[in-house]
Ligand binder design. Structure first.
Ligand SMILES: [Ca+2]
Ligand SMILES: [Ca+2]
Ligand SMILES: [Ca+2]
Ligand SMILES: [Ca+2]
Length: 302
């Protein structure tokens, strides 16, 4: 457990502050057991600690959720992705179901690609990251969705989605061409809270509307970061920002707990100047080091 979070001193400060009683079973497979007592205020503090970015989930130290004993209370890794390959959706890989434009097109010209650090600037991890881009000009203000596969996480208490991103010249709000919806330019995490049909996870006509329906997707934006005006190939190593979402499984409707689907959505109105990938960018998001983890907490207080 100690190694599951990178910022150890902050972690202990947080644990003491929240009076959370945790016992560790520090065996070689990095399982741990917890919790003797947890109250709603402890949970609130936990949520706050993660939302403040004080606890970074260290995916290298987490056991995989598919190989640990489900009866042992634990934190485990559902998947991690550092995009060290050519295609985002690799069909030998079960993590991502698809990549879609907000018109629901996934066949060509999808505006996100894996790029090498020589093109992007330093990746958060490894040699590659993904670059989301918009397109120059009117009538092309859109979103791109990286949609996860479904995961059965009904036995867990909390889910954590964590990623790192570099904002490139993002503005406060943009108006999406297809839907007319006003949204914050940049990345966010959306969890499906409807049926597969309602969330646009199936391919019936009108899918693009359901993919963007706020009644069927719960959205979690990173805190707004103003004044950051990095550009592609020209950002500092500490320009990478961590965004974490910690979600109580109880916040998902029952039908979704055994079929958890989230998407990383990025809204952008512009992209490369002149739509020329060798020039600078008006707007973009570089993203890397995705971690999807689950936490199981046993409560003795009712
Ligand atoms: Ca990477
Ligand atoms: Ca545009
Ligand atoms: Ca801009
Ligand atoms: Ca913009």
């Amino acid at each position: 457990m100690i190694k599951l979070f990178k910022n150890l001193s902050l972690f202990f400060a947080f644990v003491l502050a929240s009076a959370l009683i945790i016992t560790f079973n520090h065996c070689s497979n990095a399982r741990f057991t917890q919790v003797e007592a947890i109250s709603q205020s402890d949970i609130d503090d936990l949520v706050e600690g993660i939302s403040n970015g004080e606890l970074e989930v260290d995916e290298e130290e987490l056991p995989n959720c598919t190989v640990v004993d489900p009866d042992v209370p634990l934190a485990c890794l559902v998947f991690k992705d550092s995009f060290e390959r050519k295609n985002i959706v690799d069909h030998d890989d079960f993590h991502w179901e698809t990549v879609l434009m907000d018109n629901s097109d996934n066949t060509s010209n999808v505006d996100v690609e894996i790029e090498h650090k020589e093109f992007l600037g330093d990746a958060a991890k490894g040699e590659n990251a993904i670059l989301f881009r918009g397109r120059e000009g009117k009538s092309s203000d859109h979103e791109v969705f990286l949609v996860s596969s479904p995961f059965d996480l009904s036995g867990y208490s909390y889910l954590v989605v964590q990623y790192k991103y570099v904002p490139i010249g993002l503005e406060d709000f943009i108006k999406l061409t297809a839907s007319g919806i006003e949204t914050v330019e940049g990345p966010r995490v959306d969890f499906c809270v409807g049926t597969n049909y309602d969330c646009g996870l199936t391919e019936e006509p009108g899918r693009h509307k359901r993919l963007r329906d706020p009644d069927n997707w719960s959205s979690y934006f990173p805190g707004y970061v103003s004044g950051q005006d990095y550009n592609i190939r020209a950002f500092p190593k500490d320009g990478w920002i961590m965004h974490q979402v910690l979600l109580s499984i109880g916040d998902l409707p029952e039908n979704r707990r055994s079929e958890v689907v989230f998407k990383i959505s990025v809204a952008l109105d512009e992209g490369f100047y002149g739509n020329d990938r060798h020039r600078d960018m008006e707007d973009g998001v570089i993203l890397d080091d995705v971690v999807f983890a689950a936490i199981k907490v046993e409560s003795t207080t009712q």
